[in-house]
Design a protein around this ligand. Structure first.
Ligand code: TZP
Ligand code: MG
Length: 226
């Protein structure tokens, strides 16, 4: 939903955005997914992306509906990875697309008001995503990560900065990010950070008493981004 500036709610803003990514490796069953998503929002996530590979459409839709409901209750954003159809069916705010998914210009035609994010590994891909109508790019991996098998070398802080300088849309850094490493991104111009393991590594979020503090260090580091 474009606002007056032509940007969309949520990904632009004065403070750094904390973007949590969760899937069945972190939350195997629906009750755990609900508890972890709720804890993540409580702990400072502005947005959660549901990222599931090789899951049946029915199961994915149910999991998307669970996170959608929690996001709505907390007034936070929710995005589905890969699947525009599931994102729309669940009433999500948007979809995140990679090289093997719908091209962003096609997704934009299908979903004019959706929040559309695109994975990029270099400047050329970032510029192409911006030209195709993406609302933000996810740039990475910035650091080595064990959460995804990747053939690309890490961008490093300077590679991330180069991408930030090359596009006008928000850049969300991803890959191997911890609170300390996020603090090291302050000069890059990235708008936010996307995080899997530093947020969702068991057992922290599975202890209800710790939910309130959950993610606080990561969230505080993210807030200090531009
Ligand atoms: N894309 C690039 S790195 C990555 C994805 C999905 C994984 C990030 O996970 P972590 O655990 O925060 O390094
Ligand atoms: Mg994808």
């Amino acid at each position: 939903r474009p606002n007056k500036n032509g940007t969309r709610a949520g990904v632009t803003g004065p403070s750094g955005l904390l973007y949590g990514i969760i899937g069945r490796e972190q939350a195997p069953d629906e009750a755990t997914l609900a508890a972890m998503a709720d804890a993540a929002y409580a702990g400072g996530c502005d947005l959660i992306q549901l990222r599931e590979k090789n899951m049946s459409t029915g199961e994915l839709l149910r999991r998307a509906q669970i996170v959608r409901e929690i996001a709505a209750r907390r007034g936070k954003l929710f995005i589905v990875n890969d699947r525009l159809d599931i994102a729309q069916a669940a009433g999500a705010d948007g979809v995140h697309l990679g090289a093997e998914d719908l091209p962003p210009e096609v997704a934009r035609r299908m979903w004019p008001g959706g929040l559309i994010g695109v994975t990029v590994r270099d400047i050329a891909q970032a510029q192409a995503a911006a030209a195709a109508g993406a609302d933000y790019v996810g740039a990475g991996p910035v650091f080595p990560t064990t959460s995804k098998k990747l053939d690309a070398d890490p961008l490093g802080v300077s590679g991330l900065q180069a991408i930030c300088q090359a596009v006008d849309i928000p850049v969300i850094a991803i890959g191997g990010l911890t609170a300390d490493r996020i603090t090291g991104l302050q000069q890059t111009g990235c708008q936010g950070v996307a995080v899997i393991s530093a947020l969702f590594q068991a057992p922290v979020v599975q202890e209800p008493d710790r939910a309130a503090q959950f993610g606080t260090a990561v969230a505080q580091a993210a807030r200090r981004l531009k």
